[in-house]
Design a protein around this ligand. Sequence first.
Ligand SMILES: [Zn+2]
Length: 441
Amino acid sequence: MDELVIAGAKLVTPQGVRETDVLIREGRIARLGRAHRPRAAFSAQGLILLPGAIDAHVHLALPVAGTRSADDFATGTLAAAAGGVTTLIDFTLGAPDKSLPQAIEERIAQAAPAAVDFSLHAEMIGWTPDRAGELAQAAELGVRSFKFYLAYADSGRRTPLGVLKAAMEGIARLGGVAMVHAEAEELMVPGKGPTPEGRPAVAEEVAIAELAILALRTGCRTYVAHISSAGGLGAYLAGRDRGAPLWGETCPHYLLLDETAYSRPHGRYFSVTPPLRRPADRAALWAALARRELQAVSTDHCPFTRAQKDAAESPEKLPSGLPGVETLLPLLYSEGVAKGRLSLAALAWYLGEGPARAFGLWPRKGGIQPGADADLVLLDPKGSWTITAEGLHMATDFSPYEALQVQGRIVGVLSRGEWLAREGELLARPGRGEFVPWGAS
Ligand SMILES: [Zn+2]
């Protein structure tokens, strides 16, 4: 029988940390507790055992600004595997003339080279209320998370509030989630591109406040993507206080970086939407994480090479996006746990159970309990390393964290009981990843 025991690790769940053995059988967690005379054991003394991370916000092979995000499903998911992300959630490529089921089927086919498991959010670009029936069709295909933009009118991605409200009513009936990019278009400054002047924090704050009202009135579970500012966070928390069914996400770049990055010699490489904010915004986001007021930390992974960003003739042509999927877990451990800002248990929530519960992956993904997929990460808290773009697997020659010293080193990654990475060697194979539908058991 196909068995493996991870012996003696410190197992981390959102409830706490305990030392135990984990018995894996046929790709799933079979049992927790002392194992007797195991056939195959991996001695994990002194190591931390975390659920395989879920990155709920990833853009692989995304057409944008006349180019394409640099990672495809092969390179991006190998990088994910190296960084301990065993499940990622990407997006369909929505378009007004494409039905939701068609977009889902196309994207699943495009994801065939994936090395880790994946799920999808359905982009609602150009969707109209007369297409309400497509929501249930999407659900039948395993997709119950629907992505809206309150910005980007110029590229046709913006959903007007009336259409959003109609969609949220339908999604509420389905028991799904509306995932929303919340920035108010009217408060942006044209011609400034993805900068703090062009996309001020108040635009995020206003959009989240509006969204909270729609969530409250429609009863639709709403996931606020990439909260970047203290003001946006305040609007989110105020909405929750009123009873709006809101979940929130932030990203490592809003926790680790601030707007001073734009005045570095190659500041344009840091272009991202929403833009980087002030140090006080970073502090507010860390504090909210520590209080477990958010649901997930995801990356909005959307890398570009230096050449792709250099090619932009003006700020508004700059492709927005940063690499992230491979450094999500290491950075959150190093800057969060090792620096005392975040507990290990909270780390297991934000990278495991939180996103798994938000997007229909729980209990199969996101936790370490009998019956769950054996998606696991072993981390040596004593190890340390230095980030270089060259040393990472993401398809870009730029890292926003170049030369950053990282505490904690990933020594093993398992997906469904199979080693994807072990002792620094990347063993994942493209094509082994599976689509995980909402509600899969
Ligand atoms: Zn995104």
